[in-house]
Design a protein around this ligand. Sequence first.
Ligand code: SF4
Length: 388
Amino acid sequence: MNLNTDSNHKERVDDVGIYIHIPFCKQACFYCDFHFSTSLKKKDELIDALIVELELRKSEFENDTVATIYFGGGTPSLLSLEEIETILKAVYNNYSVIENPEITLEANPDDLSETKILELAKSNINRLSIGVQSFFEADLKLMNRAHNATEAKHCLELATQYFDNISVDLIYGIPGATHEQWRENIQTVLDFNIPHISSYALTVEPKTALATLIKKGKIEDVDEVHAEVQFHMLINQLKEAGFIHYELSNFSKPGYFSINNSAYWKGKKYIGIGPSAHSFSGESRSWNISNNSKYIQAIQLKTLPSEIEILSVNDKYNEYVMTGLRTIWGVSLETIVAVFGSDFKTYILAQADKYLNEELLYIEDNNLKVTTKGKFLSDGIASQLFKI
Ligand code: SF4
């Protein structure tokens, strides 16, 4: 098996992606710093605005074909089937879409009743990304997740009956969660025969409820060493189960790589629709305002409430290094020369020398990659290879 490829992962240079941000959640998870509102009052207006934004921006992709559509959030599973289909119709009406695009919906276990899953299975959604995070009640309560452990298992039982392409999110490094519980969490996902897992360390973002609770001593602080041990447990347990560790936080059975996310990591273009959504044109990055009311007002006036940053050569190089090092594909030294010039290759090799000697990086087939030992430190190593 060639670990660098994925049978589902047919690449076409002109393929692009559309990300649609659904900024509503039932309740606020303590660790979350994404943009969302727990009030659904503006849901209808917001959906109308998403449709108008899709229309307003169609010229950005007039020469491209959309290969992936991703409903993220927030909690897209709060939308009804009708609302999802209305948004999808606007995508199809305004963009050229390949015949069988990957269409992902992020969903939370408490929304996935059998009726809901049956409805989704009849729609064009063909991939579910389910925010389980843990199967232990204490973990879910500590993070203020809206679902309980029984719902987490029940939704996987149902989802696997109707969907083949499912990803489950798990969080490690939760204070108080033992290594044995973490092993059990991973095993439970494997027992459901889920083909894709995304897993992140619990991080304490400033201004979150988690940061405040830790500061007040109500919750134990996260322990990086504990998290690192669990990260390596994850790598080993999933490797034994036949998963490919294709991105730092993503593991997949062959044939189930996220096409949408792989496109981000490979520097392909995407547009992000909705409040706080980010877009990448190849030459610039832009981001919409993170405020539902202001977003709706601007779109109603047919203006885009976004800011833009034109990327310098160094910015593009830094992004390529950062994302490349996180993936199984690594940083191609050939691409560095072709896109940025041979000076950049000389630079990156000089910067990488220390990490190559420490066996945190290695070179394989002219690609610079992180070793298993270096994986937990990958973002920090990447930043040492940046050009400022
Ligand atoms: S459901 Fe997701 S987006 Fe909503 S608060 Fe929780 S982590 Fe954040």
